[in-house]
Ligand binder design. Sequence first.
Ligand code: SF4
Ligand code: SF4
Length: 321
Amino acid sequence: MAKPKVAFYWNASCGGCEEAVIDLAEDILMVADAVEIVLWPVALDFKRKDVEALKDGEIAVAFLNGAIRTSEQEDWSKLLRKKSGLIVAFGSCAHLGGIPGLANFSDRAGVFDAAYLSAVSNDNPDGVTPQTETKVPEGELELPEVWDTVHALDQVIDVDYYLPGCAPPPDLILDAIKAILAGELPPKGSVLAPDKSLCDTCDRNDSKPDKIELSELKRPHETFMDPEKCFLAEGVICMGPATRSGCGERCINANMPCRGCFGPTREVKDQGAKMLSALASLLDIEDPEQMEKIADSIPDLAGLSYMYSLPSSLLTRKQKR
Ligand code: SF4
Ligand code: SF4
């Protein structure tokens, strides 16, 4: 019997999600035995024409990681949507926009300025920035167009399932692959991770006092972080109350607060707003000036609260490209 065809593709991301597939270790042999991989640019030499030659829907499932910020990424995502029965948004950037999505606090001109013009490490006297067409003696070079706005995958194509995390942990990846192979999937649109908050599964939850009243916030390097105690109770921002569980408390176990890469649980519409509201309820401060001072003590509170979720938050913008 023919094996189900599977594709992996990489849009705007760091490559960590590709590592996560390799992290399946010996289980990757089980996967390789059970499926036929027809696209995996980071590991195998398939070309676009190989995918174009497949029938529509012929790929059983395509795992797409990364946000969408260029015309080429949109184009590939649409091609894979057409050729695939199921699309899984793989990892935080495809799921919610992720770290690349923080660029939505600026726009293309701002990003180009920071990356190519004003960074102190740049040596770019002619102020060259990426162009879609560039004439060189050998001919004309083409680059994809970079958009003003970074998108989560489901803002560009229809997505069937979401595997959260930066990167998704191997046990969740394997569970998802097994469920797909067995045809035992939850309803379309599900996030393939528990629908509980990280605080619900965190061992440090028991150390939380009944009422937390904070008068200052501290950054991780500014304090001793007791490995037994809840970060929030110690005045260190931890995104646990606004974040879905399922990662195995990876950061907490390394004595670092959660930064929210699993995104919110189902009922939360905006992870950053949820976190800010949780934080505000813990601050024992009435005076607006003191409140401002405490907010200023965290250098980028908006960036911290929306670290992984800005493109899919309620802070959307009219500019779609
Ligand atoms: S706030 Fe962080 S450390 Fe505290 S219980 Fe929640 S996840 Fe654990
Ligand atoms: S603790 Fe938070 S930031 Fe760290 S892996 Fe888990 S969900 Fe992601």
